[in-house]
Write a protein that binds this ligand. Structure first.
Ligand code: NDP
Length: 284
C-alpha cells in the first residue's frame, strides 16, 4: 500500500472520515500550485486545503486530474470567498470552485470568515446556502472557519446542520482553547490553521530542546503535538524537503510531559498572528 495508510483519519459528525494530515496551499502562487500539489500527492498527502480567495483552486484541480490517483482517494477542501454574501453569488462562486477543481463535488466546503460586523453579510444566510450544497451532494461535508463561540451558537439556534469542522488559528503560542473546547463538546472537529505559526514557533527553546532530544525537526515536533491533540492539520510548504519532513509524523510519539511543555507555551490573545474574527471585515 501507499504511504497514505500511515495517516490516521478523524470521523466527522456526518460520519465521513477526513485524513488528519493534509497539505495547505495558502500563499502558493497560482502558477506554482499544480507542481506543489503534485509533489504533495507523490509524497503521500491525500488531503489538500485550498480556498476561493487563494486564487489557486485550478492548480489543485490540475494536479489531482494529472495524478494517477482516483478523485475519491483525495480529500479536497475549499472555502467561500469573503465578499460573497448573496445566495445567488454564493451559488455562482461554488459552481466556479467545482469547475476549477474539475470535480462534481468538493469534500468539504467552508465559510472562510464569519465577518460579523460586515454590512449586508450575514453568516446565517451564507450557511443556509452551504446547507443546500450539502443536500444536493456537491459539498460532501460543510463547515466553517474562524468562527467564535457566539457565531457557532447562532448557527446552532437558527440552522439545521451542525458544522463538521471549524478551521481556526491554533499553534503552541495561540491555543484558541475556548473555541476548540466548544467544538469538542458539540461534535465540531478542530482544524488548526498556521499549525507552525508560519515558522514563528520553530525557534522556541522548549520546542528545539525536544526536537534535539528526539532527533526530529522542530516542525515535526509541533505537527506531532497537533496530531496527538486530535486536531486536523495541513502545513504549507513549497520546499520539497519540508513537504516530505512534514509528512513524517507517525513513527514517533511525544510523552505527556513533552505535550504539556508545548501546550504551556500559550500566550493567549497575544499569540494570535491572524485577524481577530470578531472584528475582521474581510477585505473587498
Ligand atoms: P504554516 O504554519 O503551515 O507555515 C507555513 C510556513 O512555514 C511557510 O513559510 C513554509 O515555508 C514554512 N515551513 C513549512 N514547513 C516547514 C518546516 N518543516 N520547517 C521550516 N519551515 C517550514 O502556515 P499557513 O498559514 O500556510 O497555514 C497552513 C494552511 O492553513 C494554509 O496553507 C491554509 O490551507 C490554511 N490557512 C487557513 C486560514 C483560514 O483563515 N482558514 C488562514 C491561514 C492558513 P516554505 O513554503 O518556504 O517552505
Amino acid at each position: 500500500m501507499t504511504q497514505t495508510t500511515q495517516v490516521p483519519t478523524i470521523t466527522l459528525n456526518d460520519g465521513r472520515e477526513i485524513p488528519q494530515l493534509g497539505f495547505g496551499v495558502f500563499q502558493i502562487p497560482p502558477e506554482n500550485t499544480a507542481e506543489a500539489t503534485a509533489l504533495a500527492l507523490e509524497v503521500g498527502y491525500r488531503h489538500i486545503d485550498t480556498a476561493e480567495m487563494y486564487g489557486n483552486e485550478q492548480g489543485v484541480g490540475d494536479a489531482v486530474r494529472d495524478s494517477a490517483l482516483d478523485r475519491d482517494d483525495i480529500w479536497i477542501t475549499s472555502k467561500l470567498a469573503n465578499p460573497k454574501s448573496e445566495p445567488q453569488e454564493i451559488r455562482a462562486a461554488f459552481e466556479e470552485t467545482l469547475q476549477k477543481l474539475g470535480s462534481d463535488s468538493v469534500d468539504l466546503f467552508l465559510i472562510h470568515w464569519p465577518l460579523p460586523t460586515r454590512a449586508g453579510s450575514d453568516f446565517v444566510t451564507r450557511w443556509k446556502v452551504l446547507e443546500e450544497f450539502r443536500a444536493d451532494g456537491r459539498a460532501r461535508s460543510i463547515g466553517v472557519s474562524n468562527f467564535e463561540v457566539a457565531h457557532l451558537e447562532r448557527l446552532a439556534a437558527e440552522c439545521e446542520v451542525v458544522p463538521a469542522v471549524n478551521q481556526i488559528e491554533v499553534h503552541p503560542y495561540f491555543l484558541n482553547d475556548e473555541v476548540r473546547t466548544y467544538g469538542e463538546s458539540h461534535g465540531i472537529a478542530t482544524e488548526a490553521w498556521s499549525p507552525i505559526a508560519q515558522g514563528g514557533v520553530l525557534d522556541d527553546p522548549v520546542i528545539t530542546e525536544i526536537a534535539e532530544r528526539l532527533e526530529r525537526t522542530a516542525a515535526q515536533i509541533v505537527l506531532r503535538w497537533h496530531i496527538q491533540r486530535d486536531s486536523i492539520v495541513f502545513p504549507k510548504s513549497v520546499t520539497p524537503a519540508r513537504v516530505r519532513e512534514n509528512f513524517e509524523l507517525f513513527d514517533f510519539e511525544l510523552s505527556g510531559a513533552e505535550m504539556d511543555a508545548i501546550t504551556g507555551l500559550d500566550r493567549g490573545e497575544a499569540g494570535r498572528t491572524g485577524p481577530n474574527p470578531n472584528r475582521f471585515t474581510g477585505g473587498d
